[in-house]
Design a protein around this ligand. Structure first.
Ligand code: AKG
Length: 354
């Protein structure tokens, strides 16, 4: 924690409750906490809540049949039926789905191999909300498909703009619940209002086995007790600003269950996207990643054209250690040695390999 709190630090948070208590009910309570909206909600109310808190929930954004299709597609992607994934040979047809799904925490860029995942990027209620919170011109640059079977770790506190930098702070995640997300199975936690100072906090290795290999943000002036769980029903979308501090905890639900979520990232078309290394000979200030999809309005930089750089990749779960990704000195709290790492590899939210 830093001693000085920026003047702009929000202290009167709009959110009053700590999310839904209890996780094993068949239904969440009918009275939602603030921040839960329906697709026909007043855009002004949506915008006011999002600007103040940095997140919101859009319930019933995806029809049950579409969620079912996305889940089936998730299984096909994991089995290698939409193309073989790096270091993950196509599954034997005799292997049960449950055993295949257990191998994956998250697959990056699923929309690059799947029409079904690509279509989800254009989901109309999602796009309508994006135009409310971002502006009329919106582009998408990334998708991540979390499978998160029971036993899999979460992601430590972080801000997405640390990984995907916009020039106007417009980065917005749209986190689609393919399964009901609860505290037990590792839902998102957010610190409401933490996006408002517009500061990217220092990042460090966490040394905590509850989390995957991504670093955690530190030295921010908020306490864990200020965080709230964002528990949602299947088909809801959690929108969150790229400066919002958020994390998720491990999935501690009974074995054989999942907390699947498809997360797509969007931003304004007006901003360049200096993501990944600046290409040789280019100026940093001109770097503009163009492997993007326009989902609303117009792109003022359409004259630059578009490209396709990314391919689906598998994010290391961190189970067994993070030495291959973060280096040999990545020790865990209270543990003397770093165990061998079966799935270490690439930076989990890395930019394009330019
Ligand atoms: O789904 C999760 O567990 C974490 C997602 C997340 O942190 C992100 O999309 O930035």
């Amino acid at each position: 924690m830093s001693a000085t709190v920026p003047e702009t630090m929000p202290r009167n948070l709009v959110t009053e409750t700590g999310g839904f208590a209890g996780t094993r009910r068949s239904q969440f309570p009918p009275n939602r906490p603030p921040g839960y909206f329906s697709p026909d909600a007043d855009p002004a109310a949506v915008q006011t809540f999002f600007d103040a808190n940095g997140y919101l929930v859009l319930e019933n954004a995806f029809a049950p049949a579409v969620i079912e299709e996305l889940k089936q597609e998730t299984t096909l992607i994991c089995r290698g039926d939409r193309g073989e994934l790096p270091e993950h040979p196509k599954a034997d047809p005799a292997e049960p789905d449950a055993s295949v799904l257990q191998r994956f925490l998250c697959i990056h860029f699923p929309h690059k191999c799947s029409e079904v995942m690509l279509r989800a990027i254009h989901n109309p209620p999602t796009v309508k909300t994006l135009t409310t919170v971002i502006g009329p011109n919106v582009k998408c640059m990334q998708s991540m498909l979390f499978i998160k079977a029971s036993g899999k770790p979460g992601q430590a506190w972080h801000q997405d703009e640390d990984y995907i930098p916009t020039r106007d702070r417009s980065l917005t995640g749209a986190w689609i619940a393919l399964d009901r997300a609860t505290q037990e199975n590792g839902c998102l936690w957010v610190i409401p209002g933490s996006h408002r100072p517009g500061i990217l906090w220092e990042q460090q290795w966490h040394g905590d086995r509850r989390f995957d290999c991504a670093e955690q943000s530190v030295n921010f002036p908020y306490r864990d007790e200020e965080a709230i769980p964002v528990e949602v029903e299947t088909g809801a979308v959690v929108f969150f600003n790229g400066y919002l501090l958020h994390r998720s905890l491990p999935n501690r639900a009974p074995e054989g269950t999942y907390r699947r979520a498809l997360v797509n990232h969007y931003m304004s078309c007006e901003s360049f996207l200096p993501w990944g290394r600046t290409p040789e000979g280019d100026h940093n200030a001109h770097h503009d990643y163009r492997d993007i999809i326009i989902v609303a309005g117009t792109d003022p930089y359409a004259f630059k054209g578009y490209t396709s750089i990314q391919k689906p990749s598998v994010r290391p779960s961190g189970q067994g250690g993070c030495d291959k990704w973060g280096g040999q000195d990545r020790k865990y709290q209270g543990e003397a040695t770093v165990p061998a790492h079966p799935d270490g590899g690439t930076d989990p939210q890395a930019g394009p390999p330019v």
